[in-house]
Design a protein around this ligand. Structure first.
Ligand SMILES: *Cc1c(COP(=O)(O)O)cnc(C)c1O
Length: 237
């Protein structure tokens, strides 16, 4: 078995335990392989192991991997996105997880091909850490209302990054809060914002996130590891 396949089978076991605890089923959670630390070869290995969802936070790297996979898979942009780069990523990505301002919504809206919609998740800074991007929870409802002005966006859900902590249990309140925010918005049944997805949980804390309702977990190191060619540059652009 490949490294990724071995990692995946361990992850699936841990995942099914977390699903069982919370009375959920495997179909409710998509595993996104975040390939920012690894080469195209490793991304391809993930595809062969059965991964269908890929996450990247860099524009050019993602294009290489997308090509290595011959345009297969569902692609998620998970990094901070400069408005001027929106145009470049649109053809490659199915989801943008880092919508955090109206100027970016406006740019995506302007650049989408006619009649198509980009699925966007609004990034929320539930922990309030200064270093994290995303909207303050208090600003979220008004922000989502305003997004109805951009018909080429569908607001598919919310995303958060929890602080890195030694004991993952410590981040449970943040995941709970994101879920509550999602429920408030989903209950409104806004046409432009069905908002059913919760993108939360990474290598360090995905089980807690799944217990709290995650529908997408974003796994980098634990799933695809970190190989030489991808490790030189891990910052987002
Ligand atoms: C890098 C990254 C991940 C994956 O992180 P791991 O801890 O390696 O699982 C998930 N989400 C975002 C937004 C990231 O930038």
């Amino acid at each position: 078995m490949s490294t990724v396949a071995t990692n995946l089978s361990t992850i699936k076991e841990r995942l099914s335990h977390a699903l069982e605890i919370s009375g959920r089923t495997a179909e409710e959670v998509e595993v996104i392989a975040v390939t920012k630390y690894v080469s195209s070869n490793r991304a391809y290995e993930a595809w062969e192991a059965g991964i269908k969802h890929f996450g990247e936070n860099r524009v050019d790297e993602a294009m290489n991997k997308y090509n290595a996979l011959e345009a297969r898979g569902t692609w998620h942009f998970v990094g901070q996105l400069q408005s001027k780069k929106a145009k470049k990523i649109i053809p490659y990505y199915n989801y943008i997880h880092s919508l955090d301002r109206l100027s970016l919504a406006e740019e995506i809206n302007k650049r989408m091909p006619p009649g198509e919609k980009m699925k966007c998740l609004v990034q929320v800074n539930v922990s309030g850490e200064r270093t994290k991007t995303g909207l303050a929870p208090a600003d979220l409802e008004a922000f989502i209302e305003q997004l109805k002005e951009y018909p080429a966006l569908e607001i598919s859900g919310l995303m958060t990054m929890a602080p890195f902590v030694e004991y993952p249990e410590e981040v449970r309140p943040f995941f709970k809060e994101l879920r509550q925010l999602r429920d408030i918005i989903a209950t409104k049944q806004l046409a432009h914002a069905p908002c059913h997805h919760l993108s939360m949980g990474m290598s360090n804390d995905f089980e807690i996130a799944v217990e709290e309702g995650a529908t997408m977990v974003r796994l980098g190191q634990l799933l695809v590891g970190q190989d030489v060619s991808g490790s030189e540059e891990v910052r987002s652009d």
